[in-house]
Structure formats: structure tokens, C-alpha cells
Design a protein around this ligand. Structure first.
Ligand SMILES: [Zn+2]
Length: 217
């Protein structure tokens, strides 16, 4: 079974949801840099304040900050993980490879969730998030509204600033410029680990496809 997994994909491709389901099924920790950073923001730490000013504009946090958050997590929790939202640039991918080779624990699965821009815009415009547990919900589908309690943990649901249309366009631009090349980097360095899944297929079908990959020897 795979133990060190990276989920890559554009905004709203379902990385967080799939990582949660994988974590529940296989007992591998789901590590979301977004959730880690937002929890720093909510607590008002210096790291959080630094991150907040970037993410609110739909921008990525600087490489150094993202790498610091991930290496800190690994030093506290070990090297079994599902990364969601990291690495987000080639520099971050290179740092991760370096850190993991130092620990003799290389990545063993890379999954790219593919989604069209049109579907990304549609999904983000109806999405509500829980800042406490990181869950996301599609508002019309789940008949939820801003301010309602998170069905999972009870905290208030919000529409994240970075899901507003201007920020989404910015995130798409940033994704194309910085994150899409990460896929190119892995195509070059680890083509045997890389698998593409159509994220437009619906959550259950995507989960089945990914679970099969995690089980594969
Ligand atoms: Zn919650």
C-alpha cells in the first residue's frame, strides 16, 4: 500500500475531499497546507498573519513558508501522509524531494485530478467551507448556507474569500503559472508514480479510481 501520496489539481478539483476519504479508509494522515495555514491565521500567529495577506488575494504563500509548515509537520508526525495543496511550485517539489530523500522515504504515488476551468468556476461559486475542520460543501447540493453549522464539526460555515470570483480567476492564473509546471516536473523525475484521474467524474468514481492506485503494489 502507498504511504506517501501527493494529490495535485486545480482549485475545486476535490483534493481535500478525496484526501479526507483516503485518510478515513487507509489511516494515512491528510495534510492540507491550506488547513494548516488557515488554522495559523485563525490563531493569529506570526506565521498565520504572514500567510493571510497572500491567500486573501488568491495568491500562493511564498515557497519558504509552505516548506517550513510541511517540514515542521513531518518532524512532528513522521513520513506517512497525503499532501493536498503541496507542493504548489517546482521549487517546493524540489525541496520536498530533497527532504524525503534525506529521510530515505521517497514519494510513492502522485495523483493529478483534472478539471476544466468551466467546472472549476461552477464549483467554487457554490462552495462553502468550514475553517475549523477543513470540510467543504456545495451549497445548492447540500442545501446549506453561510453561517450555518458545519455538518461534521458544528463550527460556522463561510464562503472563503479565495472562492470569490476575482480570487478564483487569480488562483487559476497562479495554478497555470506555478502549479501546472509541478506536474511537468514529476513527469520528468517520477513518471512511473504519476497518474491522472478525471475529477469531473463525481466524487465516488474518483475515489474508487484513487483507492485502486493506493492499493497497487
Ligand atoms: Zn467543520
Amino acid at each position: 500500500m502507498k504511504q506517501r501520496i501527493v494529490l495535485l489539481g486545480p482549485p475545486a478539483s476535490g483534493k481535500g475531499t478525496q484526501a479526507d476519504r483516503l485518510a478515513a479508509k487507509f489511516g494515512i494522515p491528510h495534510v492540507s497546507t491550506g488547513v494548516l495555514l488557515r488554522s495559523e491565521c485563525a490563531r493569529g500567529t506570526i506565521l498565520g498573519q504572514a500567510a493571510d495577506s497572500w491567500t486573501r488575494q488568491g495568491l500562493l504563500v511564498p515557497d519558504e513558508l509552505a516548506i517550513r509548515i510541511i517540514t515542521t509537520w513531518m518532524s512532528e508526525h513522521g513520513t506517512r501522509f497525503i499532501f493536498d495543496g503541496f507542493p504548489r511550485s517546482v521549487a517546493q517539489a524540489e525541496h520536498l524531494d530533497l527532504a524525503l530523500s534525506g529521510l530515505a522515504a521517497p514519494l510513492d504515488l502522485l495523483i493529478v485530478l483534472d478539471l476544466t476551468d468551466e467546472e472549476i468556476r461552477r464549483r467554487t461559486s457554490s462552495r462553502l467551507s468550514c475553517l475549523n475542520c477543513g470540510a467543504t460543501f456545495s451549497a445548492p447540493l447540500d442545501t446549506l448556507a453561510e453561517g450555518w453549522n458545519c455538518p461534521r464539526c458544528g463550527a460556522a460555515l463561510i464562503r472563503r474569500d479565495d472562492d470569490r470570483p476575482e480570487a478564483v480567476e487569480k488562483r487559476l492564473e497562479v495554478y497555470r503559472e506555478l502549479t501546472a509546471p509541478v506536474i511537468g516536473y514529476y513527469e520528468q523525475t517520477s513518471p512511473h508514480l504519476l497518474h491522472r484521474v478525471n475529477a469531473g467524474e463525481g466524487s465516488d468514481a474518483v475515489f474508487t479510481a484513487i483507492s485502486t492506485l493506493v492499493f497497487l503494489k
